[in-house]
Write a protein that binds this ligand. Structure first.
Ligand SMILES: [Zn+2]
Length: 263
């Protein structure tokens, strides 16, 4: 019955109008269902915008780590031993042609300027009754390799302990030809020992070495964390030597080197 009625009602429409599609402006567009659908759409869009804004403005737990740097210091992954070894700074080996012997047998050498200043200093000290004995000057990387690893083995030292008293190869100031270990000729028992600081030679050096452009490399509590070495002096009397020692330190400071103390 209903179908028949529908058909009939369709037949009631004049044939010319039957195929005209119902336009959106036709009264049927005010159907409340459409309004509901529209409202739902608007609400969904607003919810989506709100969600995006929340994500951007208040960082969630996952994006805090990647976007905002945390106020706490970053973790230092290096193990203690590596840090300690790196307390020593890397140095290039001097060219043999730049070296001059400071002993009669020619075994101990320094860069020419450092050598001349040391010889002058030695003469002046002797005039005051002080005997400055050179123990060690320029050293090749190969020689340092022996000193570090072979003595470490003989003394059964672990790497950290060894690095407190000896630079690893490539990390010794002695490679530069500007560094010298000095002993007191009258008290040789204090050679390469902290007791050297009680000798007249050390006291004389403390008061006079700067005049010859020598300075103590590793004073007590030095920022490199290397054991106090009252016998180890370095020449800093020209641009090249200054650059060698102070640029190395700056580079090291820049690359996140932190003061590192030996306890
Ligand atoms: Zn030394």
């Amino acid at each position: 019955m209903k179908d028949k009625q529908k058909q009939r009602s369709l037949e009631d429409i004049p044939e010319a109008l039957r195929d005209i599609p119902i336009s959106p402006s036709s009264p049927s567009s005010f159907n409340p269902q459409w309004i509901m659908v529209g409202l739902a759409g608007v609400i969904m869009v607003m919810l989506a915008i709100f969600g995006i804004m929340r994500l951007v403005s208040s960082p969630s737990a996952t994006n805090t780590a990647s976007v905002e740097p945390s106020p706490s210091p970053p973790p230092t992954p290096e193990p203690e031993t590596v840090e300690n070894i790196l307390g020593h700074l890397p140095y290039e080996e001097a060219d043999p042609s730049q070296l001059k012997a400071i002993t009669n047998d020619g075994r101990i050498k320094l860069r020419t300027k450092a050598a001349n200043n040391f010889l002058q200093m030695q003469r002046d000290a002797r005039a005051s009754g002080i005997i400055l004995t050179p123990i060690s000057g320029f050293r090749t990387v190969k020689e340092q390799e022996y000193l570090f690893f072979e003595i470490k083995r003989q003394r059964n030292q672990d790497t950290r302990k060894r690095a407190e008293v000896s630079a690893p190869p490539n990390y010794s100031e002695h490679h530069t030809g500007y560094a010298i270990d000095i002993g007191d000729g009258r008290v040789p028992a204090t050679n390469l020992s902290e007791k050297f600081e009680q000798t007249p030679a050390f006291r004389w050096l403390e008061n006079n070495a700067a005049k010859y452009s020598f300075e103590l490399s590793f004073p007590p509590n030095n920022p490199q964390g290397i054991s106090y070495e009252p016998w180890h002096w370095r020449y800093v009397g020209d641009a090249d030597s200054l650059k060698t020692f102070y640029e190395a330190q700056q580079l090291e400071n820049r690359s996140s080197f932190e003061e590192n103390t030996v306890n």
